[in-house]
Design a protein around this ligand. Structure first.
Ligand SMILES: *[C@@H]1O[C@H](CO)[C@@H](O)[C@H](O)[C@H]1NC(C)=O
Ligand SMILES: *[C@@H]1O[C@H](CO)[C@@H](O)[C@H](O)[C@H]1NC(C)=O
Ligand SMILES: CC(=O)N[C@H]1CO[C@H](CO)[C@@H](O)[C@@H]1O
Length: 882
């Protein structure tokens, strides 16, 4: 709608005008200075109108040249042409004249149009910068140390005339810069970044000839150069550090500075020049850390605990400046090692006699602490304990490792028995510095028994009795010795042969362990009735004591009576008087261990009708055989002519009855053969008793293979039968008319064979030794005669020359005629002093004994008989024929 109105207004202007709107006061030309800012009033005018103006009017509808540098604003009273400031109208650069067509229209459509010419007027302007100073602060950087000289060229000109000379000045004037007339700024000194201001702010003033000026700001910064050597700021050069620090532990801060300034702080680089594996340094911060645990006790720190490092700081990774310093780490000892002992268990043996104050063991010799410095390497001992140890062992001085005996270990002390012979001690070895490491040490003290006392016999002398009958092995007694030593470790007994009893150990044996004294052999009282010897008791430690031992050998009846003759043949006439000695027979007994009065005689068997007895029957070593009861053959009481007596001789006569029952009785035995005969009867008795020896001799007068042998034997037998018949006849006749016995006048032996030998066709050579084995007294003459108990042969005895008679007595050879070479008288006479012959030995037991009636016993004869018994048991003289 409004546009339609405006269009119509325009049409009206162009058409007929006759309206009431007028622009008042608009000159044709108006001057306006150049370069006016926006809103500057150029011209004021008013409008005369009867009606209201249309909105937006008055209005610059056109300008020449076209510009928007002007506008119209209204006030309550008038209207003003103002500069818009855009564009700024500059005299030197824009058109200087502008025609403004100002149009106004009211609501009635009335319009007016006028032209206002604006002429720009020139105004003097200050110079302008042609460089960056024109619109900003210019930053300039110059390195420190740069040489003096131009640093900047100002470019400025005067807008009115570029040829105008401008003047330049700098403020503040104190700044070490100046500006030349042509605008060249120069430094007036060599800058040191470290000592001078790092920047300068300069105001550059440029004046034109008319005095207008323009200011520009110039900031000059001095740039730092790496021209300085860094230096260490750390003043500490010695660092004591504990040993055994863990890797990573910070042990030192090395700091350095670079005079080049703050801007270069991060470029300082640290390093350790000395080769080391124990430290590292942070190359940026200079912090030194442990990289490997250091053991003060190890080589080389044990001897050289100082570690010297050269530290270098450099202000550039490459090149640049560097300096070094030396720091020293002193590795300090820590108590990181306990006391260590080579052993923790010790065994010591101590004699029981060890005296108080003896050092048992010094544990210091076995323990050490490898820590280097005191007190880390100092330790002590304490807490000595153990059963029974308090009274006996102490650490002296206290705390030391010296265990000293302070009590007694005597085994013989009963108080010590409770503990035994070994003490178990514990000791604690401990550091004296924290953390107080400890270790237990065990000391076993074994008490060794000492042989202090010799064995002592229960008695200084011992007397034992032992029977000589006791067999080897018989215990004689016990020797007992004691030893005060404890523990008792055995006594060895032995016989120390002493004095005159050499060889006693052959008889005795002592059990080395028990002291039992035993027989090792038979002891013979008859040889040695008493032994005295020394016995020794020896303990295991060779301490010895002795005792005297007397062993009495008790005589025992171990020998049997030996009686001679022990076998005999006797003859007794039937009319022998009672109580008389039979044929003078007697037994002579000896006993090596029994006295002469200890014999008892009794006849054990064969004593039929008790005809015989021994007198005395006890109490003598000689007893005679006597006739106890008379013979009575005629009355028929006796029928036996031959008696065989077994005689026992015991040696217990002196013993009591009880002793006999328990004692040992030895018995000898004698066998007697007794023949009773009728006196006066001559007989030839061929017996086998030892009294007669038959020697049967045959001569080789015929050949066994001859034809005549059977004939001769038959003939011989017939002749022998005839002879026997004749002899029987003779005997019968003789007995029948026998005269009364007259032993002292009759020859009792005849040799009836003499008449017959001429008929013999063979030789029988018989040698008979007539032995007079008995003696008797002729009741008529009182003379003693000898008789043969077997044959009854008798002879008078020559009591004055008994030995000579016996020695010279020839054999009685009752032989047939013929050669008997052995019985020649010449040979006998040549050897009177040595009559013993082989064929006579058998006769000896008989011939060497004679019975003797008790009343006629003559010591002289006895001794003579005994003395000659061995030398000359000679045969008796041939019987005397009276
Ligand atoms: C070294 O410096 C670091 C950091 O500044 C600090 O934590 C440390 O305690 C210092 N160490 C020594 C030993 O000075
Ligand atoms: C017999 O005993 C006596 C002492 O009574 C003695 O002198 C004599 O020698 C003894 N005879 C024999 C053979 O022992
Ligand atoms: C136009 C202008 O600001 N001029 C100033 C330039 O600097 C000098 C010195 O500082 C002043 O004195 C001027 O007024």
């Amino acid at each position: 709608m409004e546009n339609l109105i405006r269009l119509s207004f325009l049409l009206g202007v162009i058409g007929p005008s006759g309206g009431t709107v007028l622009l008042v006061g608009l000159p044709n030309v108006v001057n306006s200075p150049e370069n006016q800012p926006s809103g500057t009033s150029v011209f004021t005018f008013s409008v005369n109108s009867t009606s209201s103006l249309s909105s937006g009017f008055p209005y610059i509808i056109n300008s020449s040249p076209l510009t928007k540098a002007f506008k119209i604003s209204s006030t309550p009273t008038d209207y003003k042409v103002l500069t818009t400031g855009s564009p700024v109208l500059d005299f030197e650069t824009t058109q200087n004249s502008f025609d403004l067509q100002i149009f106004v229209q009211d609501e009635l459509g009335d319009t007016d149009l006028q032209i206002l010419t604006v002429l720009l007027t020139n105004v003097n302007e200050p110079p302008v910068f042609l460089d960056n100073l024109a619109d900003q602060v210019v930053m300039l950087y110059i390195s420190e140390g740069s040489s003096i000289g131009a640093i900047y060229q100002i470019k400025a000109s005067d807008p009115e005339d570029s040829t105008n000379t401008l003047t330049f000045s700098l403020t503040p004037a104190s700044a070490p810069f100046n500006v030349s007339p042509i605008g060249a700024i120069s430094s007036t000194k060599i800058f040191d970044y470290e000592s001078d201001p790092h920047s300068y702010s300069l105001v550059v003033e440029v004046k034109d000839p008319k005095g207008l000026s323009v200011n520009g700001t110039l900031i000059i910064s001095i740039t730092n150069l790496n021209d300085e050597t860094p230096y260490f700021t750390t003043t500490t050069t010695t660092y004591p550090i504990p040993e055994e620090q863990r890797p990573g532990t910070i042990v030192a801060n090395v700091t350095a500075q670079d005079p080049d300034g703050v801007g270069f702080i991060n470029t300082l680089l640290y390093r350790i020049n000395t080769p080391t594996e124990y430290f590292t340094i942070n190359q940026l911060t200079g912090v030194i850390q442990i990289s490997m645990t250091i053991d003060r006790e190890a080589v080389p720190f044990r001897l050289h605990p100082n570690i010297i490092l050269e530290i270098e700081v450099r202000d550039s990774p490459s090149g640049g400046h560097s300096s070094t310093t030396v720091i020293t780490f002193i590795v300090q000892d820590m108590n990181d090692n306990p006391p260590v002992c080579s052993e923790y268990a010790f065994s010591k043996s101590v004699p029981e006699t060890e005296i108080t104050g003896t050092l048992i063991i010094d544990l210091n010799n076995f323990c050490k602490d490898i820590d280097v410095e005191s007190p880390n390497n100092v330790f002590n001992f304490s807490g000595l304990a153990g059963l029974g140890s308090s009274e006996r062992f102490q650490l002296i001085p206290a705390g030391s490792g010296k265990i000293v005996l302070t009590g007694n270990l005597d085994f013989e002390d009963p108080n010590n028995l409770a503990v035994g012979n070994e003490y178990s001690l514990t000791v604690v070895v401990q550091d004296v510095a924290p953390p107080y490491y400890t270790n237990n040490i065990y000391v076993y003290v074994k008490t060794i028994p000492v042989n202090e006392f010799p064995p002592v016999f229960s008695s200084p002398s011992f007397v034992f009795n032992v029977s000589e009958l006791s067999p080897p092995g018989t215990k004689i007694g016990q020797l007992y010795a004691t030893d005060k030593d404890f523990p008792f470790i055995g006594i060895t007994y032995s016989i120390v042969t002493g004095g005159s009893t050499l060889g006693s150990t052959d008889i005795f044996w002592i059990d080395p362990s028990t002291g039992n004294l035993q027989l090792a052999n038979y002891a013979d009282y008859e040889t040695t009735p008493k032994y005295v010897f020394t016995v020794q008791a020896e303990d295991s430690g060779s301490l010895v004591s002795t005792a005297s031992v007397t062993v009495n050998i008790l005589e025992a009846n171990d020998e049997e009576p030996i009686c001679l003759p022990n076998s005999y043949a006797l003859s007794v006439p039937v009319d022998q008087a009672i109580g008389t000695n039979i044929q003078g027979f007697r037994l002579t007994c000896t006993d090596r261990d029994s006295g002469p009065r200890s014999f008892r005689y009794f006849i054990n068997s064969g004593n039929i009708n008790n005809h015989f007895a021994f007198s005395p029957d006890s109490g003598s070593n000689i007893s005679s055989l006597v006739l106890a009861r008379p013979f009575d053959y005629s009355g028929g009481s006796d029928t036996t002519w031959d008696y065989s007596l077994r005689v026992y001789i015991t040696d217990d006569n002196l013993l009591s009855a009880t002793a006999r029952s328990i004692g040992v009785i030895q018995t000898g035995t004698v066998t007697l053969n007794i023949h009773a005969y009728i006196p006066g009867l001559t007989t030839l008795r061929t017996t086998t008793t030892p009294a007669v020896t038959y020697v049967l001799r045959t001569a080789n007068v015929y050949s066994a293979s001859g034809w005549y042998v059977p004939f001769v034997i038959t003939l011989g037998c017939l002749l022998l039968l005839g002879l026997l018949g004749y002899l029987t006849y003779i005997l019968a006749k003789y007995i029948r008319c026998r005269p009364s016995p007259k032993p002292d006048t009759q020859q009792l032996i005849e040799t009836p064979e003499k008449k017959k030998i001429k008929h013999d066709v063979f030789w029988e050579s018989t040698k008979i030794n007539t032995v007079f084995d008995g003696e008797a007294q002729d009741p008529v003459t009182g003379h003693i005669y000898e008789y043969n108990s077997k044959s009854g042969a008798r002879r008078w005895k020559d009591t004055k020359q008994p030995i000579a008679a016996e020695q010279t007595s020839p054999h009685v050879a009752v032989t047939p005629s013929g050669p008997t070479p052995r019985a020649t008288p010449t040979k006998r006479e040549k050897t009177p002093s040595n009559p013993v012959k082989a064929d006579e030995i058998a006769l000896r037991p008989v011939t060497s004994n004679r019975l003797q009636t008790p009343g006629q016993a003559s010591p002289k004869v006895e001794s003579a008989n005994e003395g000659s018994a061995n030398r000359s048991p000679s045969p008796r003289t041939p019987p005397k024929v009276s």
